[in-house]
Design a protein around this ligand. Structure first.
Ligand SMILES: [Zn+2]
Length: 189
């Protein structure tokens, strides 16, 4: 599955399995990846960034060789429905986003994208149809140079409290992030 894929029935079937259903955001992302790739040409190695945690990362993982796990896809929680594909060597690439000014105001897509209305039953089918019809007309793009430090193997240390290994850069008073009270969890029971 780790390869470039076109938007065809096989992809849509796999998408429903992988993501749970063919969500509008996921489908929209396929067209964004396609357009960005066309604009980028074909560098040997491509990296990707998704600027939202919703749907778009899965669009990238399903249609490109870039995954979160292999490190070629970075996911930032900016909340922008935008993505960048770029040449791993030169760091130059294309950032593409859904341009609010280009969305026809009389579409359900506009209401959905701007969260004007709560989704109703049957909306998704309409949305998918609109996305298929409008697709590239919804996007704007720009050429960008990406400024992300290459992932390094950071030195580790053992936390004085929980004894787990963690990156030294997170160290405060010998404690890991969780033991500093910055964790996302607390022990129960
Ligand atoms: Zn700890």
């Amino acid at each position: 599955m780790n390869r470039w894929r076109n938007i065809d029935d096989n992809l849509l079937k796999d998408a429903a399995l992988f993501h749970g259903r063919l969500a509008p955001g996921l489908y929209l992302g396929f067209f964004m990846v396609k357009k960005a790739r066309e604009l980028l040409g074909s560098p040997e190695m491509i990296d990707a960034v998704s600027e939202t945690v919703k749907c778009l990362p899965d669009s990238v993982q399903l249609t490109t060789p870039c995954t979160v796990g292999n490190g070629w896809l970075k996911v930032f929680d900016y909340g922008n429905f935008a993505l960048t594909l770029y040449d791993k060597k030169t760091k130059e690439g294309v950032r593409i986003w859904v341009d609010l000014n280009k969305i026809p105001k009389d579409t359900l897509f506009y209401k959905w994208f701007t969260r004007l209305e709560k989704e109703k039953e049957g909306d998704e089918e309409v949305l998918l149809g609109e996305i298929k019809r409008l697709n590239v007309k919804l996007f704007s793009f720009s050429r960008v140079k990406v400024e992300i430090e290459k992932g390094k193997h950071l030195p580790l240390m053992a936390c004085e409290k929980c004894k787990e290994l963690f990156p030294v850069k997170n160290n405060v008073n010998g404690l890991c992030l969780s033991c500093q009270g910055k964790g996302y969890w607390k022990t129960i029971g």
